[in-house]
Design a protein around this ligand. Structure first.
Ligand code: BGC
Length: 392
């Protein structure tokens, strides 16, 4: 069996004795194995001898490029070699990339999956080699071999999206408190994310738990009647698929003009832009002030932040990918140095086989007035990037 470098840093006379027993075990420990009772110090492998495989889903969405870059930079700054791959949202491409990372002897894997259920055999192979696996942003399901999960509080993302829709429609104020005498009977439509992404269910649940009471009391009306996750889910989070669904809804339910549609719950900026294109192409808007429905989003993609600045998209959810990358790097370092990463949630993320210890980060809602403080002052974007809608 080929061993990960994690297991090959023992030195001196204990080398042969220790290797098999410590496969996948910790570095930097002190071992007392020699007959003479002498203690032999072990040292962690030189990061320069370690390669970390980083599998990202796609380059079609800015956020994953930013994630990939930030993880690579962080790992390289810690001295590791990085094998970063993007998979064009194609499952066979991603499984092949991960297979290769394992056969090439990469020492640890950080994976943002495309289909969270498609990597069981890859992870089995990784475990057999003593390779630790960190699930990045999206939980890998149906496997015992996911060691750690770094992500944002995905349920809270959905709550923030639902709350933002309510706020945009004048039902709650910016503190989340219900506005007295708010409008009622407002038509909305609901979009969910990709059904094969574990996060999509959390976003949907958080958002629906937030808006359902207002649907139940008639404040909101989902005029198409399409409310369940399966019907509203957009495969692979695809912008064109979302645009087409919105066009179909406009034709079937809003007389082809969008008349009476007040808001759309959208889980991701790419989907939001597809929805907005469909709304504008039947003559709505072009801005909220001019009657465009309230549309939410997620990821603070530059193209959507520009739309928010221009008063077209109402909001997005900012997930600071720099912070997520930092947590992934910390977790990788912990494993490679022979310790365990620190979780702040050991209950929420059951992947079907086990509850995966997780580190969850908080998110922020971005409206027009938050762009400067949250995105520009923090150095996430320059004003030029926001103005052009393109990140560099
Ligand atoms: C991520 C979101 C992203 C979506 C589409 C989800 O797994 O958590 O941030 O909007 O994928 O890429």
């Amino acid at each position: 069996m080929k061993r990960s470098k994690l297991t090959t840093f023992f030195v001196g006379s204990v080398l042969a004795l220790s290797l098999t027993a410590c496969s996948g075990g910790g570095a930097g420990t002190t071992t007392d194995t020699a007959d003479d009772g002498a203690t032999t110090d072990t040292t962690a492998a030189d990061p320069a001898d370690i390669t970390i495989g980083v599998a990202m889903p796609t380059q079609t969405s800015e956020r994953w490029i930013a994630d990939g870059d930030a993880v690579k930079e962080g790992l390289e700054a810690a001295g590791y070699n990085v094998n970063l791959q993007f998979a064009n949202d194609d499952i066979p491409t991603q499984t092949q990339q991960i297979d290769q990372m394992i056969t090439q002897g990469n020492d640890l894997l950080i994976i943002a999956s495309i289909d969270g259920t498609a990597l069981t055999s890859q992870l089995e192979a990784a475990a057999a080699e003593g390779i630790k696996v960190i699930s990045y942003d999206r939980l890998i399901r149906n496997s015992d071999n996911v060691d750690f999960y770094v992500t944002f509080d995905n349920y809270q993302v959905g709550v923030a999206q639902g709350t933002s829709l309510l706020e945009g429609l004048g039902i709650v104020d910016s503190s989340g408190a219900e506005v007295s005498g708010h409008p009622t009977g407002l038509n909305i439509e609901i979009f969910a994310g990709s059904a094969d992404d574990n996060n999509a269910g959390f976003f949907y649940d958080g958002a629906m738990d937030t808006i359902q009471p207002y649907i139940d009391n008639g404040t909101l009306v989902v005029k198409s009647g399409q409310t369940d996750f399966a019907t509203t889910a957009i495969m692979r989070w695809d912008q064109a698929t979302a645009q087409k669904r919105m066009e179909d809804l406009l034709t079937s339910t809003y007389g082809g003009t969008g008349e009476g549609l007040a808001g759309v719950l959208s889980p991701f900026d790419g989907i939001s832009r597809g929805i907005i294109t469909a709304l504008q192409s039947v003559g709505m808007g072009p801005s909220i002030e001019q009657g465009l429905p309230i549309v939410t989003g997620q990821d603070a993609e530059a193209a959507s932040v520009k739309l928010i600045q221009d008063g077209v998209q109402y909001s997005t959810i900012f997930k600071d990918t720099r912070k997520l990358a930092e947590e992934a790097v910390k977790a990788a370092e912990a494993y490679l140095e022979g310790s365990e990463p620190t979780a702040n949630d050991t209950e929420t993320y059951d992947n079907g086989n086990k509850v995966v210890p997780s580190f969850l980060l908080e998110v922020d809602t971005v409206n027009k007035e938050d762009i400067k403080t949250l995105l520009i002052d923090s150095g996430y974007y320059t004003q030029e990037e926001v103005d052009s809608g393109v990140s560099n």
